[in-house]
Structures are given as structure tokens and as C-alpha cells.
Design a protein around this ligand. Structure first.
Ligand code: 4NP
Length: 161
């Protein structure tokens, strides 16, 4: 059985990408595709490796029914470029950092998460770390929109097989 995988990438892997992972996991579970779509997240930086998601991210996700409490931060590894079918960055800096270390053969896997959004005409998911609760709500809005598009893309790829 064909399986596909997606990894969401931000800077610290404690705010934006764990939210995207939690939202995507729920979309995948509701679509009955938990056995066929692997979901993960990682950070380009190493400051928070091993940490749980930021308490504000856990709270914002919980308000919409997503559980982030089992997640732990990790840094992007060279193996991720081979392992994942889609590697989706939250902002231009994250994408540029990924492009610098990605082998050319895997460069087609890299994109901005918000390219998959349909309701929000923005290119990036802004870093909410130094702001307030409203920044985390905006991350939730953006991730819910874009993850629906990511799911549609992966479903189309599964249907091709
Ligand atoms: P994230 O947010 O990249 O969405 O996880 C940040 C987390 C930590 C820091 C910056 C952004 N930091 O500077 O420690």
C-alpha cells in the first residue's frame, strides 16, 4: 500500500510547526488515512530540542480540539530530505535554510505551507513567539486552512497510485 509523508518546519519547532502537525494529524485521522499519511514536524534551529510545544501553542490548539501534549521538538536532519514527500516551511527564512541543506534531487519537496491555503491570501505563517494570544489564533487559522489543502494534495497523489 502506497504511503506518503509530510513534515512541517519552522524555527524552534515549539509554536508553528507543532500546531501544523497537530492540525494535519486530525485532518488525516478524520479522512481515515492515518495508515497512509505520516505527519511530523521539525525546527531549523536546535534551541528547543526535546521541549514540549510552547504552552500558548498547546492552549490555542486545545481550544479548537487538537492535542499537542505528546509532541517534542527536534531539529531537521539530513535524512528528512529523503524520508518525506513534502517538506513545508512556515516562512521564507525557514524555506531558505532548508534549501541551503537540501540535496538538489529532493528540492522539489520543499514549499511554503501557505501555498496550500485557499481562504488566506498570505505567503507565510508569521512567528507568534514574541507576541500575544492573537498571534497564536492567527497561526491556528492559517494552519487549518492550509492543512486542508495539503490533505487534498496528498489524497490526489494517493489516488494516482
Ligand atoms: P516557532 O517559534 O519557530 O514557530 O517554533 C519560535 C520559537 C522559539 C524561538 C523563536 C520562534 N526562539 O527564539 O527561541
Amino acid at each position: 500500500m502506497k504511503t506518503l509523508s509530510v513534515c512541517f518546519v519552522c524555527l524552534g519547532n515549539i509554536c508553528r510547526s507543532p500546531i501544523a502537525e497537530g492540525v494535519m494529524l486530525e485532518h488525516v485521522r478524520r479522512a481515515g488515512l492515518a495508515e497512509r499519511i505520516v505527519v511530523d514536524s521539525a525546527g531549523t534551529g536546535d534551541w528547543h530540542v526535546g521541549d514540549a510545544p510552547d504552552a500558548r501553542a498547546i492552549a490555542a490548539a486545545a481550544r479548537r480540539g487538537y492535542d499537542l501534549t505528546e509532541l517534542a521538538a527536534r531539529q531537521v536532519t539530513a535524512g528528512d530530505f529523503k524520508r518525506f514527500d513534502l517538506i513545508l516551511a512556515m516562512d521564507h527564512k525557514n524555506l531558505a535554510d532548508l534549501q541551503r541543506s537540501c540535496p538538489p534531487a529532493d528540492a522539489h519537496k520543499l514549499a511554503l505551507l501557505m501555498q496550500f491555503a485557499s481562504r488566506h491570501q498570505v505567503r507565510v505563517v508569521d512567528d507568534p513567539y514574541f507576541g500575544g494570544v492573537e498571534g497564536f489564533e492567527r497561526v491556528m487559522d492559517h494552519c487549518e486552512d492550509a492543512c486542508a489543502g495539503v490533505l487534498a494534495e496528498l489524497q490526489a497523489r494517493l489516488a494516482e497510485a
